[in-house]
Design a protein around this ligand. Structure first.
Ligand SMILES: C[S@@+](CC[C@H](N)C(=O)[O-])C[C@H]1O[C@@H](n2cnc3c(N)ncnc32)[C@H](O)[C@@H]1O
Length: 280
């Protein structure tokens, strides 16, 4: 089912070998200093061209997670695509990270803004707190709570949604997932995105991202938001295809083309979708 579905969307169900990626923690070091330091230990890094502080790990004789540089918090292991949403949100003041654990994007956002991080899973929150401590960031307040209980308003919100994932992230993903499961996720995502929009100050911005390639969890959710709330889609300047606007016989809002859909086979990433919405 997924093979034909992806073909209709201009993509394909093709597994690609991925290079390991890291994001430099610029709170503690710089990309060039870290690169030189790891180079002395024989680690070969190459800049990821479409993000600010990311490297592909071309080769390393040891597992980077066991290195002093990792334990000192000089970098975070993070896929290239996952480094994009925080960059396109680009918050100028306090930001809400609504689905935050284990903190990849929280610790990225905190480089330039104070962050309120929310997640409802306490075990995942422990991982977030460990990451925050390791990276030495002291401008993050973390709450273990359901996002639907958040009441405060914000100018910037990141919604890195719980989603069904994709075939690159899990063995047998195509066997485990059904259309019903995807439709259930889509309903939840519409609810969460609607709540996020209700928390936006006038002119505020929400970035919506998923690691799902299913239009029901991506473009359809954005189309729902456009039809039911006062938001518009803003153009994103990054890699990937345009959001699809004609899907399975349905015509979506044409501005959805400004979203970005990252097919693994076209971008050599884990696969991602992202949209930037502004309250208008
Ligand atoms: C895609 S993961 C987030 C990854 C994270 N943004 C990062 O970059 O490390 C989605 C997260 O949403 C959390 N979550 C799911 N439902 C939630 C809810 N109702 N309220 C708050 N968090 C929720 C999950 O526990 C999970 O950690």
């Amino acid at each position: 089912m997924f093979k034909e579905k992806y073909q209709k969307l201009g993509g394909e169900l093709k597994t690609v070998p991925l290079k390991r990626c890291i994001r430099v923690n610029t709170h503690k070091t710089t990309p060039s200093i870290l690169q030189k330091r790891l180079q002395k230990k024989g680690v070969v890094l190459e800049r990821i061209p479409f993000v600010k502080n990311g490297f592909y790990v071309i080769s390393s004789r040891f597992n980077l997670v066991s290195s002093p540089e990792y334990l000192l918090g000089l970098f975070y292991i993070q896929d290239a695509a996952s480094q994009i949403p925080a960059e396109i949100l680009n918050p100028k003041n306090l930001v809400l990270d609504a689905f935050a654990a284990p903190g990849g994007k929280t610790t990225q956002l905190a480089i330039s803004s104070d962050v309120i991080a929310v997640d409802n899973k306490s075990l995942r929150m422990i991982k977030l707190l460990n990451n925050v401590e390791r990276l030495g960031l002291d401008n993050i307040i973390a709450y273990t709570m359901d996002f639907m209980e958040v009441k405060k308003k914000f100018d910037f919100i990141l919604c890195d949604m719980p989603c069904s994932g994709n075939y690159m992230l899990e063995p047998f993903w195509t066997k485990k997932n059904t259309q019903d499961r995807i439709d259930e996720r889509s309903l939840l995502q519409k609810k969460y995105l609607s709540h996020a929009i209700s928390l936006l100050n006038d002119d505020g911005v929400v970035v919506y991202s998923t690691c799902s390639l299913e239009p029901e969890e991506d473009e359809f959710v954005i189309d729902y938001a456009l039809k039911n709330h006062d938001v518009c889609v803003e153009k994103i300047d990054t890699i990937g295809d345009e959001g699809v606007t004609h899907v399975f016989g349905k015509k979506l809002d044409p501005s959805i083309k400004h979203c970005r859909r990252l097919w693994p086979s076209k971008t050599n990433t884990i696969g991602f979708f992202m949209a930037r919405l502004r309250k208008c």
